[in-house]
Design a binder for this molecule. Structure first.
Ligand SMILES: [Zn+2]
Length: 452
């Protein structure tokens, strides 16, 4: 077997069997050992961390996207400067030739652009070794048993995966081999041109952002798409109940989720449908944002990577923890929901003490759901005490508007909040390739103290 494939297979086996922890203490012991090795051997190789020897993880500075980009040159272990990395990544993006690498041979680095939502795009570096590792871990975590069997039996047809992505960094083509056939589809080109190829290739696994899965489900219902994937994976956006239902209805399977960002492969859904953090490979400190410890922002240290260092990286996401352990038996932390980014949380003043109260996107989504099935699409944007509501509804629009208004009023009453003014307009779909974001905070009400 080719040494590359061997590395992937080794990580596949490790993540599938060896690191399927059933005992939290054992998981933490493994994590601590890995982390200690990372801090000792890898960290000092980046100039930024040279002076942090023999320190505990909690003594290291917290980073975010802007500090990562600001100190890019010093935070990678290969002496790559940001200008060079950007130039190569942009070249790949404009020519849509997605194999830009820095350097050559066994040490070649993949350079990719991360899909920032607000214009502050980042660039990321991944070595070949990391890519192979990533491929093995990903497959080990998400491949269902029936496809695993196919992958391993040389006389069965290869496993076909259709992957919709904003950009096909060669990170993903790593997975291609004789046993797995990887089809890349460009999210930016939309669904239309993908249909004939999908119909022809009949993928076993379909991977796409949920908004796109929903569009594909619609195409299937309309008879233009005729595929029967046995595994559907949602990536890159929040998976909503409506998306789930659409996928179930069109393809007869429950969509699974991969929680993956530039900052690493952070989570996956198990066979019971629960999202687990990928704690065998990534250290995640919860930064609790409420006293009851139900929600947190993750601070990520990826001890499995050694090129661009992700050390105590605070993600903008808000995660809600699950109250009970998962029935699958895994002890990696179970997440009830990725509620979205911190700028998807809306704020209103309490009528009791005037303090800011957080309205998580999940609450807004639920209110819209209760407004009835005629609400097909929506978007809520808060600017101070004004909420702009974009609405696409079936039937009588005015009826839908009144239902939504009633649901919101009930929500504010229940939480004891002051009511903002509602401003309804027609819903407009996001531009192609732009992430779907249902709830957005533009500005908090003036003078309101908004702390989690
Ligand atoms: Zn589970």
């Amino acid at each position: 077997m080719h040494p590359n494939a061997l590395s992937t297979v080794a990580y596949f086996a490790q993540s599938r069997w060896r690191l399927a922890f059933r005992d939290r203490a054992k998981l933490e012991a493994w994590q601590q050992a890995r982390l200690a090795r990372f801090l000792r051997d890898v960290l000092p190789r980046a100039p930024y961390y040279r002076d942090f020897r023999n320190v505990a993880i909690t003594d290291l500075p917290i980073m975010d996207k802007s500090s990562m980009m600001a100190d890019f040159d010093a935070r990678n272990t290969r002496g790559i400067c940001l200008g060079d990395a950007f130039e190569i990544a942009l070249r790949g993006e404009t020519t849509r030739d997605f194999a830009p690498t820095l350097g050559g041979g066994a040490d070649a680095l993949t350079v990719g652009l991360s899909s920032g939502t607000s214009g502050n795009r980042g660039v990321f570096l991944v070595s070949k070794a990391e890519r192979l590792r990533w491929a093995g871990i990903l497959l080990g975590r998400v491949l269902p048993a029936h496809l695993l069997k196919r992958l391993l039996l040389p006389w069965t047809p290869s496993v076909r995966v259709a992957f919709f992505l904003r950009a096909n960094s060669n990170l993903y083509t790593t997975l291609s081999s004789r046993r797995i056939d990887f089809g890349f589809f460009d999210v930016l080109s939309g669904v239309e041109p993908a249909l004939p190829r999908l119909n022809a290739s009949q993928p076993d696994v379909l991977v796409a952002p949920p908004s796109l899965l929903r569009t594909l489900a619609g195409e299937a219902a309309a008879g233009r798409l005729d595929i029967r994937p046995s595994h559907v994976i949602s990536v890159a956006e929040v998976l909503e109940d409506g998306d789930r239902a659409a996928v179930r209805h069109a393809f007869g399977v429950e969509p699974h989720q991969i929680y993956q960002a530039t900052e690493g492969f952070l989570g996956y859904t198990c066979e019971r449908g629960t999202l687990h953090l990928n704690e065998s490979y990534v250290h995640i400190e919860p930064d609790w944002i409420d006293e009851a410890r139900t929600r947190f922002q993750p601070i990520v240290t990826d001890f499995t990577r050694d090129t661009q260092l992700i050390v105590r990286y605070r993600l903008n996401d808000v995660l809600r923890v699950s109250d009970e352990p998962c029935r699958c038996g895994r002890v990696e932390r179970a997440i009830a929901a990725i509620e979205g980014r911190a700028d998807e949380v809306l704020w209103l003043p309490s009528r009791i003490d005037g303090r800011g109260v957080a309205l998580y996107p999940d609450l807004i989504r639920r209110a819209m759901l209760f407004a009835g099935p005629s609400v097909r699409e929506f978007e809520v944007v808060q600017s101070g005490m004004q909420w702009g509501v974009g609405l696409l509804a079936d039937g009588d629009r005015q009826v839908a508007v009144e239902r939504v208004r009633a649901e919101f009023e009930q929500l504010w009453r229940r939480l004891g909040l002051e009511s903002p003014a509602l401003d309804f307009s027609d819903w407009r779909p996001p531009a192609r390739g732009v992430k779907r974001r249902r709830v957005r905070l533009v500005a908090v009400p003036e003078g309101l103290a908004c702390t989690f």
